[in-house]
Structure formats: C-alpha cells, structure tokens
Design a protein around this ligand. Structure first.
Ligand code: ZN
Length: 168
C-alpha cells in the first residue's frame, strides 16, 4: 500500500502537512568513537517501510558529513530519547538483533550509531579476532551519557567474585 508509513504509530505527527512523506531524520557518519563529525537533522522523503525500519531519500545536503549526501538512500528507525528518527546502517541492522541496549541513563536513547562489532574493535583493540565481550559500555551518541550493550543471553554475575580465584 502506498504511503502506509504516513499512519505508522512511530512516525505519526512527524510529517509535514503539505508534504506527507517528508520528515526530519538524524543522519550521521557514526558515533563519537568512530567519527569526529556530528549528527545532523536533514529532510527525508520516505520511500518504503519494512516493519519498524523505514527507507527514504535525503532531500538536502548535510553541512559536514561524508557518508550521507543529498540524494542518498538511507534507512532509519524511530528511537526512544531522540527528537528525530535516526539513520541506521545495514551493518547495524544485521547485528542489532543479537544485542540488548540499555537506554542511555541521561536521555533514554536506545539505539547506537555504530554496529556493535565496530564499537568492540575500538573499545577492545587487543581482542582476538574471534573474541567478543558479553557486554560493554559506550557513550550515547546523542548526549554523551552511558549505554550498556549486552549480548542477548548474557546476565551480569549476581555476586562479584575475583576471577583469579577458583570458585566451585
Ligand atoms: Zn543520551
């Protein structure tokens, strides 16, 4: 159905009255650990939807980004804590389902700008190629608060026991 996103509960009220497929999206080159560029809100015209993931074309030129330009086709999701829906990369979407993101303790943002594997590479530079932490913390790309990112199925240890001692 054409334009079914216009009534999607996560986007309702965000479209321009005269341009009912156009809304503002936060686009970026990655979060602060992977990029020095800041995120920008640009106008996007929605072209499709796949469940909670939307597709759209960027209508104006970001001032300082490299990954996104006028005419770029992007995907985006509506996220808690953010004023605008945020751009997501294919790599992020491919990895997102394996992780639980605890919302930022300051603003409530519950997505990341970067794929978890890219963050892990920067945060744990000495990790072996097949190693993966069960959980890590990172800085919220919106406000600089802290987000906890945990592999699904990972539960933090109930009691702190020194790892160097043997516990039966
Ligand atoms: Zn935040």
């Amino acid at each position: 159905m054409a334009g079914e996103w216009r009534r999607h509960p996560k986007l309702l009220g965000k479209f321009l009255p005269d341009f009912p497929d156009d809304l503002q999206i936060l686009v970026h080159d990655g979060g602060p650990r992977l990029s020095t560029k800041f995120a920008e809100a640009v106008w996007v015209t929605v072209t499709g939807t796949d469940g909670e993931v939307f597709r759209g074309r960027v209508l104006n030129q970001p001032t300082q980004l490299g990954a996104v330009r006028h005419g770029s086709d992007i995907r985006f999701v509506a996220a808690a804590g953010a004023d605008y829906p945020v751009m997501v990369t294919d790599k992020y979407l491919a990895e997102r389902g394996a992780w639980k993101i605890t919302p930022c303790q300051k603003c409530g943002f519950d997505e990341l700008f970067d794929a978890p594997s890219d963050l892990i590479r920067v945060i744990f530079p000495n990790l072996s190629a097949d190693g993966q932490p069960a959980a890590f913390t990172t800085y919220c790309p919106l406000c600089g608060g802290v987000q906890l990112v945990a592999a699904l199925g990972f539960a933090p240890p109930a009691a702190k026991k020194p790892w160097w001692r043997f516990w039966p």
